[in-house]
Design a protein around this ligand. Structure first.
Ligand code: SF4
Ligand code: SF4
Length: 81
């Protein structure tokens, strides 16, 4: 599933550079993840890098966007074709 950023986000900017898909940007109140670009880091890393670097654990799985590893891998390949 794609990750999402919850309200705990302090807009520190640390996650932006960690994303291999450039899926994270500044939003109106918190930073936001574009679910069309998030692959849970499948294709690039072993685990979600944004969740790893976020100091307040605001990058969490989005329960409304459950996707298989195959779907995520295909998205990664399409994004980097
Ligand atoms: S899980 Fe990976 S691909 Fe998704 S937003 Fe976080 S760093 Fe980017
Ligand atoms: S690293 Fe965490 S607190 Fe910082 S901008 Fe990203 S989601 Fe927000």
């Amino acid at each position: 599933m794609a990750l999402m950023i919850n309200d705990d986000c302090t807009n520190c900017d640390a996650c932006v550079e960690s994303c291999p898909n450039e899926a994270i940007s500044e939003g109106d109140t918190t930073y936001v993840i574009d679910p069309a670009k998030c692959t849970e880091c499948v294709g690039a890393e072993d685990e979600p890098q944004c969740a790893l670097v976020c100091p307040v654990d605001a990058c969490v799985p989005d329960p409304n966007r459950q996707e298989s590893k195959e779907v995520l891998q295909a998205r990664y390949e399409k994004l980097h074709a």
